[in-house]
Design a binder for this molecule. Structure first.
Ligand code: NAP
Length: 247
């Protein structure tokens, strides 16, 4: 691990559990200092930060609701103050509650777009003026966008917006040597995936990829680690599906 003062600084949104926590662990292990963002799960975020610091990394927990622009400004400010100017932004925070379009309440629609779309917009807008040149941004889409399954109209619409941001923002950052890519996981074993599903549904999803298993958070963290590495310097404006060959 890198414990020197010149380590690169990463913000991982929604890092209190699931894929975000695995990304925070992986980036800390790869030598980044990490701001572990969360909205409400302070116990989990604090426990992860304690684990990373005990392992010799440098990490802080930062509470911010990504759907709130003032929170996001504060998150960048706190990170700059404690860790330094940001080099890497991982826009992982997200929600999904599969619901047929006709049964979707105004509140559920707003929550999905507020967290998944406005949340990504808020951090990208802030990053434009505050990130170091040569940085890396990774947004989060989903393979569900390629599957068009019933119940996923709202979620897919939010992730289509994230993909649109990715393609355009990569071009708007011309001259800064900052790459902007998205990862689109298939089903991954986290509470976002398990919640509300029967064992039969879980097994059905697990059998869908030709590799015949659910993704693990670490599978996705590996892809993110590649995209933020020097080796991925020529990958820009792309959506990388990580799903065991599902679609
Ligand atoms: P998860 O286990 O439900 O974790 C979500 C994380 O986001 C939590 O740390 C949560 O923290 C945080 N969060 C939620 N709302 C937030 C907000 N407004 N501001 C800041 N943080 C917030 O989800 P996951 O499965 O790891 O998903 C991570 C990303 O991968 C999401 O973008 C999701 O759409 C995408 N994805 C997941 C799957 C899958 O099968 N799991 C598949 C494709 C794509 P708090 O509890 O503190 O709110």
């Amino acid at each position: 691990m890198n414990t020197t003062g010149n380590a690169k600084v990463a913000i991982v949104t929604g890092a209190s559990r699931g894929i975000g926590a695995a990304i925070a662990r992986r980036l800390a292990n790869d030598g980044f200092t990490v701001a572990v963002n969360y909205a409400s799960s302070s116990k989990e975020a604090d426990a992860l930060v304690a684990e990373l610091n005990a392992a010799g990394a440098r990490a802080i927990a930062v509470k911010a609701d990504v759907s709130n622009a003032a929170d996001v400004r504060r998150m960048f400010g706190t990170t700059e103050q404690h860790l330094g100017k940001v080099d890497v932004l991982i826009n992982n925070a997200g929600m999904n509650k599969p619901t047929p379009l006709a049964d979707t309440s105004d509140e559920l629609y707003d929550r999905a777009f507020d967290i998944n779309v406005r949340g990504t917009f808020n951090t990208l807008r802030e990053a434009a003026g505050r990130m170091n040149d040569g940085g890396r941004i990774v947004n989060f889409s989903s393979t569900t966008l390629a599957l068009n399954m019933p119940g996923y109209a709202i979620y897919n619409a939010t992730k289509a917006s994230v993909e649109a941001f990715t393609h355009v923002f990569a071009k708007e950052l011309r001259g800064r040597n900052i790459t902007v890519n998205a990862v689109a996981p298939g089903p991954v074993a986290t509470s976002l995936f398990f919640d509300g599903k029967t064992e039969e549904q879980i097994q059905h999803f697990a059998k869908m990829p030709p590799l015949e298993r659910l993704g693990q958070p670490e599978d996705i963290a590996s892809v993110v680690a590649f995209l933020v590495s020097a080796q991925a310097g020529w990958v820009n404006g792309q959506v990388l599906r990580a799903n065991g060959g599902l679609a």
